[in-house]
Design a protein around this ligand. Structure first.
Ligand SMILES: *[C@@H]1O[C@H](CO)[C@@H](O)[C@H](O)[C@H]1NC(C)=O
Length: 675
């Protein structure tokens, strides 16, 4: 093992010397490592997609029959087709082996045949992947983090995976060693790429994944591979511990001053909770990350960060704010411990003479400090709104990322970012593919974050909205079946427009229109029939309630009745429809904007009677399961098929016999007579 490492160092020194004169080349020096360290190759660190970043294997690729390949990756961004590696053996055999970590799932190609899975690749976190292929049976197996997740079989073939081709990390080859496209590239880190010339069993793979055991690949071993790197690619040294360790608790510090209730709300809106360190290591990390802001956060005092615990219920019994459970760990306190008695029941971190220590403080909303939020798993933040049509330069999904301009940024899953621009005094949403595609939001107050529903200004045309136009965009962690309140709180979609206030800001009961008019909808054109040459069914029900008067010598009567008309308009989409139809009442404006059938009682005495104006109501009747609306909707809603029904309040007509027309349009009159 050590002998091999020495040889490798000598070899790579030679490579480095040879390349020093080419200044445009990246620094390809292979860094030395200690026993607890590993080398990784980092591609497209800044997240911008490019076709020029790749690493090409300069060691010959062996011919393989059965094999297992394992590696660890830390994915920074997805691409449309996130190609981690591709292997070509000739100009037109460019997909002999290819591995894509796409947002839609992990896909592997062998001899241009795909093993497709829905297996997710986590962002911003190390993960261990293996794939094995059994040549005699064609069977393939895919593992993530030591667990078998997918298996299947390729058609059987005598053919081997030929050696000596072009093996490339970071790009998909459309020709031998070239033909790269930026949407088929890789942004992230890779290490410990090993090929074994046999099928490894589940147990071995589990052990490799957890770092309980390691073994260099007999066909191709990471430590003895030589790579030529090009473009935005570099070697990085990592601690073995960091790449082996499973998901850790994550923290984000918001370096703005918030009252305690604002701090709790902010952490909740980004999908976490207000943090309480659970180890010395976490406490130190939070202190070190935030101490540069301590003077601002504390207004020059020593308390500067809210922490999420209190001892309100019982003095000196500190519990987590969110779970109510007792603390599992306490940091050193200032002095002898909490000293404020029953008056000081909230928790802060100190800086200055008591760096990283804790102190109790009164739970007053007049105090404001900065806040760390904690996350068991990193949450996805969704962007929704009219600028999110297909082809939008802005991504639909984000993660909290590094500070930019002094505040946490939101990192797009593919290639757009949202960050604080100090110079502009605005939040900026920018595409990394097209730097002109920018939208900005200027907070009315310093220290506000663009979460919830905000009005953004477009600095370029997006989705048909002109340059300079404004759009309301929603940024929230609310996923499927959730509604985002204006302030970013998530509630169940069932609570939307149910005549009960659920959002802290009441926004769930505003703009409760249930009809979504498509572009080009004409109120004067009746709905299309279900099939060609069919008529549009309109169901009419008349309930005669009474005949208050019958005048025999005139042969007339007065009827008191209730009228119902029911029809379907397939052009319309419906939002927020409830099972209880009485909650699905259309507003007057909505009724005035959709097509409705009309009824005329032609021979009624006095008025010829039409409808709508007189005491009627229009209800939507939910039919079938709802489906999610497109992300370009300004707010979430479920689209549902529906029928309409107009219900008229009791009417009286005076007539000899009832004759009525249902009018679809002037051209489509139909006459019906009831006697
Ligand atoms: C955004 O929402 C606000 C309030 O909800 C509204 O007044 C404004 O007109 C909306 N802006 C656009 C561009 O739709």
């Amino acid at each position: 093992m050590t002998a091999a490492a020495v040889v490798l160092l000598m070899l790579t020194t030679g490579v480095t010397l040879g390349q020093e004169s080419q200044s445009s080349q990246p620094d390809s020096t292979v860094p030395p490592i200690g026993p607890q360290e590993v080398r990784t190759i980092l591609l497209q660190e800044d997240g911008t997609p490019t076709a020029s970043s790749f690493a090409r294997l300069n060691t010959s690729f062996p011919e393989l029959f059965s094999f297992t390949v394992c590696y660890r990756i830390h994915l920074l961004r997805f691409r449309e087709e996130s190609t981690l590696m591709s292997y070509a053996i000739s100009e037109n055999r460019d997909n002999e082996l290819r591995m894509d970590h796409r947002m839609t799932g992990y896909k592997v190609s062998l001899h241009s045949r795909w093993a497709k899975t829905l297996l997710e690749t986590p962002l911003n976190q190390w993960a261990h992947f293996c794939m094995s292929f059994d040549h005699p049976t064609g069977e393939w197996k895919i593992y993530r983090d030591g667990e078998l997740t997918d298996s299947g079989a390729f058609p059987r073939t005598e053919e081997s995976l030929k050696g000596n081709g072009a093996y490339i990390i970071g790009q998909e080859q459309d020709s031998f060693g070239g033909g790269f496209q930026r949407d088929q590239s890789f942004s992230g880190e890779i290490t410990e790429l090993n090929f074994w010339s046999r099928v490894l069993d589940n147990d071995t793979i589990r052990k490799f994944s957890s770092c309980a055991e390691e073994e260099a690949g007999d066909a191709l071993a990471w430590a003895s591979q030589i790579w030529d790197i090009h473009g935005k690619v570099k070697w990085v040294v990592r601690q073995k511990d960091d790449i082996c360790r499973q998901q850790k608790r994550a923290f984000t510090i918001f370096p703005d001053r918030f009252s305690l209730s604002e701090a709790i709300h902010l952490c909740q809106v980004v999908g976490g909770i207000i943090a309480v360190p659970q180890t010395e290591e976490e406490n130190t990390w939070i202190y070190n990350e935030s101490k540069v802001h301590d003077a601002y956060c504390s207004r020059g005092q020593s308390s500067y960060l809210w922490l999420g615990a209190n001892d309100e219920k019982q003095e000196r019994q500190w519990v987590y704010l969110v779970s109510g459970e007792p603390l599992s760990w306490e940091s050193k306190w200032r002095g002898d411990g909490p000293n404020g008695g029953t008056v000081e029941n909230c928790l802060v971190m100190l800086s200055g003479t008591f760096p990283g220590r804790w102190s109790d403080i009164a739970c007053l909303d007049t105090y404001s400090f900065c806040v760390p939020c904690e996350f068991e798993t990193r949450t996805t933040i969704y962007l929704k709104g009219p600028a999110m049509c297909e082809g939008s330069p802005f991504n639909l999904k984000y993660m909290l990322g590094e500070n930019v301009g002094g505040r946490p940024s939101l990192v797009g899953f593919l290639h757009s970012d949202i960050y604080w621009d100090e110079e502009r005094g605005a939040w900026v949403m920018r595409s990394l593919k097209n730097p002109d595609a920018v939208a900005t939001w200027t907070p009315i107050q310093e220290g506000m974050y663009p979460l919830g529903n905000q009005e953004w200004t477009l600095q370029t045309e997006v989705c048909g909205i002109p340059h300079g136009g404004t759009v309301n965009l929603t940024l929230s962690v609310c996923g499927d079946g959730m509604f985002t309140c204006k302030d970013g709180t998530c509630i169940s979609l069932k609570q939307r427009c149910d005549l009960r206030v659920d959002c802290p800001d009441q926004s769930d009961e505003s703009e409760c229109s249930i009809v979504d008019l498509p572009e080009g909808y004409h109120i004067s054109i009746p709905p299309p029939a279900s099939a060609e040459n069919k008529t549009l069914p309109i169901y009419l029900t008349i309930n005669i309630i009474a005949f208050p008067t019958i005048v025999t010598q005139d042969l007339t009567f007065i009827a008191s009745m209730q009228l119902r008309l029911r029809w379907q308009d397939t052009r319309l989409n419906f939002l927020n429809l409830h099972d209880d139809r009485t909650l699905n009442l259309l507003s007057e404006e909505a009724v005035a904007s959709v097509w409705t059938p009309r009824v005329f009682f032609k021979n009624a005495r006095g008025n010829i009677f039409t409808n709508l104006e007189r005491g009627s109501r229009v209800e939507g009747i939910r039919q079938g399961e709802a489906r999610p609306g497109p992300p370009s909707r300004p707010e979430e809603g479920k689209y549902t098929a529906s029928e309409y029904e107009i219900v008229f309040f009791p009417l009286q007509i005076h007539t000899t016999f009832m004759e009525y027309d249902i009018s679809l349009s002037p051209l489509h009159d139909t006459r019906h007579i009831i006697t």
